[in-house]
Design a protein around this ligand. Structure first.
Ligand code: DSN
Length: 435
């Protein structure tokens, strides 16, 4: 069945879709266009994925109608007997998946999860340590205009910037220790948005213990790899772990907080509700339950393994073509391509635009110590979670590297773009979205 036939049958089968199509055609057309875009392009944004129809079905249910402020068994509204079951199912599956004792599935997003942890465990003005933001951190890890940078006091630890070092552009654990011993943060934060290497949680815990700090990991990017057993678990080393559920974990958009410490769990629950949120999005929590159930299946382990294999194949093929990757490669699902290694004048912004025209969706990204500003950048961040969900394997990754190189060396030339776009669409027909 081709992409357009699948779309047609999906539309025909969905009563809700038909209703929406009839009642709000303007919105429906936009949704259809987005579905077509997703079906006919290759998604290499490292933080995106294609959820299963079951996840989307759960999110699009009557659960969206229900207020359930509070937690299962202790709500502020009547009529919560079934949504209690939904939230408990999500919590129990997450506990099993990540082998931890307490989970809060209510954060609306990863940034909300992080804000709740800060609110629970830090006082205003408290110091915490996180990675230099421009080198792979996240805005909720201390950006000046984010709550994490405005109400708390971030000190940043660096990567290793010595090109001669074996761990060039990787976490410099000695430097982390030095920063922490100097500033005595109340919390040390690890886990990143653009870091292609394994995180040594044990080493971080040693440093946190030495300076009397709590250790927090934001595993939003690698949660699916942890669940699938291809990245070490943050437990038992971290006191608290936050994540999103929609990246490598392949669930609905949302956040989650985990801990094994009962006392911290109580503070975190209070910080999420009523601290920073009101009613939980029970329909999204239902989608999280579906996602955790899927991730508990043996097939998810295969998926996670293939994500990493594909990233290594893509990284290898790009390096063979002369692209330098930050830190020299990848251990996980993503890589940072230093475009200057191929063309000194090429920017991430241009590369993103040209690749999009050819049906290859990426995001421009700073590389460590990037002299160009975030809206321009010298790099691209590429990730394999979404293309692996479609079923692509190493062979197609090599092909993809070739297309990327053709588009970038063609500098957006019309004929190259059209040719690659045609081939991308043909590949998308062969590997349709989950249906
Ligand atoms: N915006 C996400 C990413 O792309 O990594 C992080 O939240």
């Amino acid at each position: 069945m081709g992409v357009s036939e699948i779309q047609q049958s999906t539309i025909a089968e969905s009563e809700a879709a038909n209703t929406l199509a009839a009642t709000d055609p303007d919105l429906w057309r936009l949704i259809q266009s987005e579905q077509h875009r997703q079906a006919t392009t290759l998604e290499l944004i490292a933080s995106e994925n294609h959820t299963s129809p079951a996840v989307m079905a759960a999110v699009g249910t009557c659960l969206t109608n229900k207020y359930a402020e509070g937690y299962p068994g202790a709500r502020y509204y009547g009529g919560c007997q079934y949504v209690d079951g939904v939230e408990n199912l999500a919590r129990n599956r997450a506990k099993e998946l990540f082998n931890c004792q307490h989970v809060n599935v209510q954060p609306h997003s990863g940034a909300q999860a992080n804000a709740a942890v800060f609110f629970a465990l830090l006082d205003q003005g408290d110091t915490y340590a996180s990675l230099v933001l421009a080198d792979g951190g996240h805005l909720s890890h201390g950006m000046k205009i984010n709550i994490s940078g405005k109400y708390y006091w971030p000190v940043h630890y660096p990567l290793n910037y010595d090109p001669q070092a074996k761990d060039f552009e990787q976490i410099d654990y000695d430097a982390v220790r030095k920063v922490c011993l100097e500033h005595k943060p109340k919390m040390v934060l690890c886990g990143y948005s653009a870091y292609p290497r394994v995180i040594d949680f044990r080493r971080f815990r040693e440093i946190a213990d030495e300076c009397g700090a709590l250790l927090m990991a934001d595993v939003a990017h690698i949660a699916g790899l942890i669940a699938g057993g291809v990245h070490p678990s943050p437990f038992p080393h971290c006191h608290v772990v936050t994540t999103t559920t929609h990246k490598t974990l392949r669930g609905p958009r949302g956040g989650m907080i985990m801990t094994n410490d009962e006392a911290l769990a109580k503070k975190i629950d209070k910080a999420v509700f009523p601290g920073i949120q009101g009613g939980p999005l029970i329909h999204v929590i239902a989608g999280k339950a579906v996602c955790f159930g899927e991730a508990l299946k043996p097939s998810f382990k295969q998926y996670a393994k293939q994500v990493v294999k594909n990233a290594q194949a893509l990284a290898g093929a790009l390096m063979d073509k002369g692209y330098r990757l930050a830190s020299g490669g990848t251990d996980n699902h993503l890589m940072l391509v230093d475009l200057r290694s191929r063309d000194e004048n090429l920017t991430g912004a241009e590369a993103e635009k040209w690749l999009e025209a050819a049906g290859i969706i990426v995001n421009k990204n700073g590389i460590p110590q990037d002299p160009r500003p975030p809206r321009v950048t010298s790099g691209l961040r590429l990730g394999t979670p979404a293309t692996t969900t479609r079923g692509l394997e190493q062979e197609q990754m090599v092909q993809l590297a070739d297309w990327i190189d053709q588009v970038l060396t063609g500098k957006g030339s019309q004929s190259v773009t059209v040719d690659v776009r045609r081939q991308v669409e043909a590949l998308c027909e062969r590997y349709p979205l989950p249906h």
